[in-house]
Design a protein around this ligand. Structure first.
Ligand code: CA
Length: 230
């Protein structure tokens, strides 16, 4: 799932190049050439992530970040030309999620964007950022995407993996259908909600000893699904 990114950068060449490269990756990109414009667009468009140049004329990047984060938890990646340690520390203290020092490679920035979005989406979905999730006798290694039941390795397709990870991380709690669709398929999911039932069915075939009497993926009728408490 791709999201909306707002770039605040006064250097037109860099702004255009970032816009082009992020769009190529499928993100919706908005841009602003000044802090004032950035603040206005942030308020109006509520981007999922902001990339902010620290050195802006007028309201500088740090101030933009402070003002945005006073109202929302929008993650921020700073672009800094200065590279001095103090700038970095100040940047991170005021709640930036990451920064890159100019000049940087586009590949490096894209990797940071992916990492920050992954982290913030995981937190929003109630997923732990810990590497390994353990629930009952299921172990999910988030770094290798390996799933084991007891000591048996189970190969799951990507959506099955995401579903199990979400439910196991919330063991004992009901996760409602919309929250599952948002977390696994993305907020831009417009498909048939029955898709979820189909994937749950496949997941049960893979992990349940008896898919007709599930022990791991329990249905909470009319609401969603629940992994049993520990
Ligand atoms: Ca600048």
């Amino acid at each position: 799932m791709r999201g909306t990114i707002l770039i605040v950068e006064d250097n037109q060449l860099l702004r255009d190049s970032l816009t082009y490269n992020l769009r190529k990756q499928g993100y919706t990109v908005l841009s602003a050439a000044s802090g004032e414009e950035g603040l206005e667009k942030a308020r109006r468009e509520k981007p999922e992530l902001m990339i902010i140049d620290i050195g802006l004329p007028g309201v500088d990047g740090l101030e933009v970040c402070r003002m945005v984060q006073a109202q929302s938890k929008t993650p921020v990646i700073f672009l800094t030309a200065r590279g001095e340690e103090t700038d970095r520390i100040v940047g991170l203290e005021i709640g930036a999620d990451d920064y890159v020092t100019k000049p940087f490679s586009m590949g490096e920035l894209l990797a940071r964007v992916r990492a920050v979005l992954r982290r913030t989406r995981a937190l929003a979905a109630g997923l732990p950022t810990a590497e390994v999730i353990r629930a009952r006798d299921i172990t999910i290694d988030q770094s290798t995407h390996q799933v084991a039941i007891g000591d048996r390795q189970v190969a799951l397709p990507p959506k099955g993996y995401e579903l199990l990870r979400l439910l196991a991380a919330n063991a004992g709690r009901v996760v409602d259908r919309q929250a599952i669709l948002d977390a696994v398929w993305g907020e831009d999911f417009f498909g048939d909600p029955k898709t979820l039932d189909v994937h749950i069915h496949w997941l049960r075939q893979k992990i349940e000893p008896d898919p007709h009497e599930p022990q791991y993926i329990l249905t909470v009728r009319g609401v969603g699904y629940r992994f049993p408490p520990q």
